[in-house]
Design a protein around this ligand. Structure first.
Ligand SMILES: Cc1cc2nc3c(=O)[nH]c(=O)nc-3n(C[C@H](O)[C@H](O)[C@H](O)COP(=O)(O)OP(=O)(O)OC[C@H]3O[C@@H](n4cnc5c(N)ncnc54)[C@H](O)[C@@H]3O)c2cc1C
Length: 481
């Protein structure tokens, strides 16, 4: 029997034949990102197809399947919403099974008294958010991929939402979880408000991109929700650097906006038809949340700071537009319309998100705007925006359009931009090459430079929890062989 037949048969004996899919056609239809959308548009097929695709419906199932794979050197890629963007789900060999956590989709408990919700890994974020909104609550987690992403993937990629400057990233929201190690052992981290019992074990799972454990359940915080009391406003500022000064002052003085966004002209020209900027100008907008009086005080102070920096107040029209259309991209990605666009233009678009302290972020922006278009000559647009800010620094989301060399070379084309941005960012000690999409297989060749002497900690963790290297090989950590 082939490895494919043996594996499918053994796994079916554990989980039941109905939960194992072996047909290539069905697997390809089920999994949106075994291959990039660009290549899919040109009817390319992935180099490797998984041995089989397994629907996981309980922690017990996950435990037994992982233990089988661990004993038989079968590689495992876990997925939930399949919206990750850095090649996390790409199959890179001929001995991989996909474990789909999406069928674990129960909301276990919503606890308004203790302001927490416990859900299985396959609960779509949009479903949880709608459910808690009915109770006047919010998860506070609203990434652009909210219509596509599920709780497992959101935790595993260390994701962040558009309102993060008020609520925090997923690492601030996860209180406890349950997960399964490759040897089949199940562990639980109880949800408590805070714990000082050693290092924070939640972080073995948060951001591990499915390379250490299969998370089956998670408990997240909830917040009071005041959508009708939100303050929001837009401004045009002299240039991107002046905008950075405004954002720094707001954060350093301790104000608490929920959305902080600052766009350069190339990004505005592509994404905000109604905002017209002169050459150097930048567009920025802010929202403030919480009880109305808190939102108003934060908003008025932010307005004062913007005006003191000579910003032009352009009201709320462009901001309202963003609030309505902020996740529209999810309706376009992977559709025939997108594929047709790729075939007609040969141009693709993507983003790379980085982060640095206040001293370096402006220098990185200037360096990247100068270096990246010279290094990658088939760029047709290159710009960026700030979207997640902290007291000690902020991120930049570089955005680009690229004329693809060919469908075959498109992965290298995407990665050439990422690589050029990493060249710039890694020169700065206060910066990181990845703010929230995770490392995946796209940035993995730069992870040793990113982590420096702390890379040995990640390698040791990986090797001790996954000694046989079955969990998503080549993702987050480079293949050693
Ligand atoms: C249009 C678009 C917009 C986006 N916007 C944002 C954004 O605003 N903010 C942001 O942070 N990210 C954003 N992302 C990327 C982001 O990584 C994903 O949207 C999201 O975090 C992935 O969730 P998912 O359920 O789709 O995970 P998947 O793609 O299914 O998996 C992602 C990773 O998590 C692992 N994983 C999945 N489930 C589990 C589990 N149960 N246990 C252990 N590991 C698991 C997988 O192995 C994989 O490595 C965006 C992506 C797209 C396509």
């Amino acid at each position: 029997m082939s490895l494919r037949e043996t594996t499918a048969k053994a796994v079916a004996a554990i989980v039941g034949g109905d939960n194992v899919i072996t047909s290539d056609e069905t697997i390809l239809a089920l999994d949106p990102i075994l291959i990039s959308n660009y290549q899919k548009a040109f009817r390319y097929e992935p180099e490797f197809i998984p041995l089989c695709y397994v629907k996981i419906k309980s922690a017990e199932m996950a435990s037994k399947v992982l233990a089988y794979c661990n004993e038989n050197d079968i590689h495992v890629i876990i997925r939930t919403g399949a919206s990750s963007s850095e090649g996390q789900l790409k199959v890179i060999d001929d001995r991989t099974v996909i474990l789909d956590g999406a069928p674990m989709n129960k909301i276990v408990k919503i606890d308004p008294e203790n302001m927490m919700a416990t859900v299985q890994c396959g609960v779509p974020l949009a479903v949880l958010e709608a459910k808690v909104n009915e109770l006047g609550l919010t998860t506070g987690h609203c990434p652009q991929s909210q219509p596509m992403a599920f709780m497992g993937g959101l935790v595993a990629t260390r994701s962040i939402g558009q309102f993060s400057t008020y609520y925090g990233g997923i690492e601030d929201l996860v209180c406890g979880l349950e997960a399964v190690l490759p040897n089949g052992n199940v562990f639980r981290i109880r949800p408590v408000p805070r714990r000082a019992a050693g290092p924070d074990l939640r972080h073995l799972v948060i951001g591990a991109e499915g390379t250490i454990a299969f998370m089956t359940e998670v408990t997240v915080k909830l917040f009071a929700y005041y959508p009708d009391e939100m303050w929001k406003h837009g401004y045009i500022v002299r240039d991107f650097h002046e905008g950075l000064k405004v954002v720094r002052e707001i954060m350093a003085k301790g104000y608490k906006p929920s959305v902080v966004r600052l766009y350069d002209k190339p990004d505005v020209d592509q994404n905000y038809g109604s905002v017209k900027l002169k050459d150097e100008e930048a567009f920025m907008f802010y929202s403030c949340e919480g009880p109305g009086e808190v939102a108003a005080v934060n908003g008025e102070s932010i307005h004062r700071i913007c005006m003191a920096h000579g910003a032009e107040d352009i009201g709320t029209k462009a901001v309202d537009h963003w609030f309505v259309h902020r996740n529209d991209l999810c309706d376009f990605i992977g559709t025939e319309k997108e594929h047709q666009y790729f075939r007609e233009t040969g141009i693709a678009y993507a983003t790379v998100e980085i982060c640095a302290d206040w001293e370096d972020i402006g220098k990185i922006y200037d360096d990247a705007m100068d270096y990246v278009p010279k290094k990658v000559q088939n760029l047709t647009m290159f710009g960026g925006h700030v979207s997640h800010s902290y007291v000690n620094g902020t991120n930049i989301y570089f955005v680009y359009n690229i004329r693809m060399t060919s469908p075959e070379a498109s992965e290298l084309d995407y990665w050439s931009v990422m690589d050029a941005i990493c060249d710039v960012v890694l020169k700065y000690p206060s910066a990181t090459i990845v703010h929230h999409h995770g490392v995946g297989k796209a940035r993995v060749l730069r992870i040793k430079e990113e982590l420096g002497s702390s890379y040995q900690l990640l390698r040791t963790l990986k090797d001790s929890f996954d000694p046989n290297g079955i969990m998503n090989p080549g993702c987050l950590l480079p293949l050693e062989k």
